[in-house]
Write a protein that binds this ligand. Structure first.
Ligand code: MN
Length: 335
């Protein structure tokens, strides 16, 4: 577990490793973010990848999903050409950097490569990070992994191009809830200002991330919201609201179309905790959990095999949604 802020010595070590790596094909720098990447994971990774590339470094970026597919809403990010499927990542990388992954298991198919990497730089902001790197750049106080990726780029002395800035900005916007969460510090706005000064368009980022959905999304949302249930007694009387998004609700839409349903459900005034259970294409349930200000949902989600942050966490469940919600309620009552 990370025991405090990142030391100057850790930053220096990471910068030194990266400064001398990636000079030819045999020692390309391997970047990996967590499976089912969000904009912080993928944006941090593509931002760092492109920054290293401007310095002539050989870089390969990947994540351990199969099938290997970039979520539709993230396909506007620059640098997608640097992505390779996990099978293309060397089994024993000389240098590997992981981004936004709290534990090695979050790397999916790339976990073995990370375990066997000669140097493993872990860049992350989850308090639950297990410290699985040879260098751990983990700061739970950072609003996003993108903040740490940008600091690393700065320490490498690489100037921010608009493409790099756009990737970092996408991560910043996502993990601060569009600058709405309490992680939105003055430093976050200062970084945002610096990124915007490169000339990037903030409207483009929010349009792609939040304000665009296929027509079928409206029906899916309607069905999911229509069956929401409020349990005012749950969480020691603080209340829990939950609903499901089934495969039938989604129809032909991909899983990531259901990502934002939680943002509607969590508005419920009578509930401190909001839960959305999304049925994936295999019939398993991906459970998103949010809290407002009093309950640490990361603890309960970690106990159920998942993880995340105090106010936003999740886990996977193979039983039905009722069993998953019951298990969660028991843990949240115990807090
Ligand atoms: Mn993050």
């Amino acid at each position: 577990m990370p025991s405090g802020p990142i030391t100057a010595a850790d930053w220096t070590r990471a910068a030194k490793i990266l400064a001398s790596a990636g000079n030819d094909r045999s020692d390309q720098i391997c970047l990996a973010c967590h499976v089912r990447p969000d904009a912080d994971a993928l944006g941090s990774m593509l931002g760092l990848a492109q920054a290293l590339q401007t310095r002539g470094r050989r870089v390969i970026a990947s994540f351990g999903d199969s099938p290997f597919e970039v979520p539709a809403i993230l396909r506007f990010l620059p640098g997608l050409d640097l992505l390779r499927p996990p099978a293309d990542v060397p089994a024993r990388p000389q240098v590997m950097v992981t981004l936004d992954a709290a534990g090695i298991d979050r790397l999916g198919a790339l976990a073995p490569a990370a375990a066997d990497a000669a140097e493993l730089i872990v860049l992350d902001h989850h308090a639950s990070n297990t410290g699985f790197g040879t260098v751990n750049l983990v700061d739970p106080a950072a609003a996003a992994t993108a903040v740490l990726a940008c600091e690393l780029i700065d320490r490498l002395g690489i100037p921010l191009t608009p493409d790099v800035a756009l990737c970092v900005y996408a991560g910043l916007v996502t993990d601060t809830g569009s600058f709405k969460f309490s992680s939105t510090t003055p430093g976050v706005h200062e970084l945002a200002a610096r990124l915007l000064r490169t000339g990037i368009d903030p409207a483009l980022v929010s349009r792609h991330l939040y304000d665009t959905a296929p027509f079928g999304y409206l029906g899916m949302l309607a069905r999911a919201l229509d069956r929401a249930q409020l349990d005012a007694e749950a969480c020691g009387g603080l209340g829990l609201v939950w609903t499901t998004v089934t495969r039938a609700d989604r129809g032909p839409l991909p899983m990531d179309a259901a990502e934002s349903v939680i943002d509607e459900v969590r508005k419920t005034a009578e509930a401190e905790v909001a839960v959305v259970l999304k049925e994936d294409d295999r019939g398993d349930w991906q459970v998103s959990v949010r809290s407002k200000e009093l309950i640490d949902v990361a603890k309960a989600c970690t106990a159920l095999g998942g993880g995340g942050h105090a106010r936003a966490a999740g886990f996977s469940a193979s039983g039905g949604p009722d069993a998953a919600v019951s298990a969660l309620k028991v843990l949240l009552d115990e807090r």
